[in-house]
Design a protein around this ligand. Sequence first.
Ligand SMILES: [Mg+2]
Length: 386
Amino acid sequence: MRRCSPNRSWSTDRPKLVKIRQIRLYQHDLGVRDGRYDMSISHVESLDSTVVAIETDTGLVGYGETCPLGPAYQPQHAAGARAALGQVAPYVLGLDASCIGLVNDAMDAALLGHGYAKAAIDIACWDLVGRQRHERVCDLLGGARNDPVPSYYGILPTDPVDAAAQAVALQDQGFGRLQIKTGKDGVDVDIAVTRAVAEVTRPGVKLLADANRGWTQRDAILFSEACADIPLALEQPCNTMAENAALRGRVRHPVFLDESADSVAAVMEAIETGVAQGFGMKVSRVGGISKMATVIAMCSARSIPLTCDDTWGGDITAATTVHLGASVPSRLFEGTWIAEPYTASSYHCRTAPITNGQGHIDVPSGPGLGVEPNLELWPDPIAVFG
Ligand SMILES: [Mg+2]
């Protein structure tokens, strides 16, 4: 353990600078299991992922990823992410990757917004620092409070009988939190499906109805009234922060925000105004690990439960969400969702795939994110800076 000594100069004890020498962008197409994934107001048939590799003058390489859930889930665009990364990359070259705050400052000075693109560089820097110090990212964040990390699973839009069967099977597998996807086929169907799932839900298992912005205020109020006897939370029932704010006092259930929790400031507003009693957080949407750590601290200060997820992606994204999830105080942690069960293909890695078997995800044990891409099997980078 490093100890503070009046006779020791900190300057000689400081880890060697890790100047960013080169930034490479890789593009991967991730297949969707069964060819299609339906949400309330959009669907995807494949995912366009961008992986950022940051190489330092010491030869260390760190990785980050951003993978929007198609172009219509929220204001994120895969090609737009790559354009934004091309805009900020020259301003990041030459910086010390371990000074992650300064790296974020440089990105913000070079480009307004586009946090989902900048997130990939922020994540790669955290990976680099962990590799440099031989520590896991969750340890850099304060230690693993949850290991393995509990996971949760979505029940996609379907009929009541099938939804109940899925719920039984998922609980048998060990999942302790079920998210019923609603908002697609009408509120009457949503109520019937939710009641069917509730009838087979075991004590202690958490339920959510996630409309993915798909309900009107009327739908949300009617649903909540019809399901008032079911202990569950409504996730992102309506489209905007204002629409969800209008539900206060009109619904019988707590409201979690997901799509509207698109920045640290938005989370702060939702907590301060009482719009949300919980969050489904997406790491890239809020701007990376640094900003998610701020969100976790804010939620901890107000005893607000949250998840640590992202908008699909491969093992690098999964590892990012798992390390963050591991760091959340256990009493507030609602679980980590990963895309692995929903994807038909990913990019090659030397490390074992990150999976959510038995309702839990093991925290990768290697330094940094603990994911080692197998670049021998990857296509050439689509852009190189530096
Ligand atoms: Mg959601």
